[in-house]
Design a protein around this ligand. Structure first.
Ligand code: 4NP
Length: 156
């Protein structure tokens, strides 16, 4: 594939993990022309700002999360080059939404971009967790987004 120019991060609710990934990638890719957005496979929180706990933890790292929740749609597969799911359930749902086998090839797991030494194969849902859950998500996303950005910009 040609160098990706647009990335959509996807989780279940679009109020914790994917808006955090969007905010982190925006902060890393400030000087690039990459389009970045996020969406959820579920429709429970449409229109809402990210979960207050995630906004607080992100703000402690200098990130302001102001995305408004929206649901993934088949047209996202036309609008974005890379569609990145946070866990296996997100990926399975994205495969169902993908309008064609070609579109399905745009789906990737966030964990593909973790450091080899990282002992996680997904970004765990922090919704029913405490502060450590939110911190873990932010740690994993900072690592994964930086590696993804490096991969895109070096073309490797
Ligand atoms: P997210 O977390 O998928 O990272 O945004 C969740 C947010 C809300 C719910 C589940 C997960 N929920 O069930 O409402």
């Amino acid at each position: 594939m040609a160098t990706p120019k647009s990335i959509l991060f996807v989780c279940l609710g679009n109020i914790c993990r994917s808006p955090a990934a969007e905010g982190i990638m925006r902060s890393i890719a400030t000087d690039s022309d990459i389009t970045i957005d996020s969406a959820g496979t579920g429709g429970y929180h449409i229109g809402q700002l990210p979960d207050k706990r995630m906004r607080i933890h992100a703000s402690q790292r200098g990130l302001r999360l102001d995305h408004h929740c929206r649901q993934v749609s088949p047209s996202d597969f036309e609008d974005f080059d890379l569609i990145i799911g946070m866990d296996g359930s997100n990926i399975a749902n994205l495969r169902r939404i993908a309008p064609s086998p070609e579109a399905e090839k745009k789906i990737h797991a966030m964990a593909e971009y973790f450091n080899p030494s990282t002992r996680w194969d997904h970004v765990p849902d922090p919704y029913y967790e405490g502060a450590e859950g939110f911190e873990l998500v932010l740690d994993l996303l900072e690592e994964g987004c930086q590696n993804l950005f490096n991969q895109i910009t070096t073309g490797k």
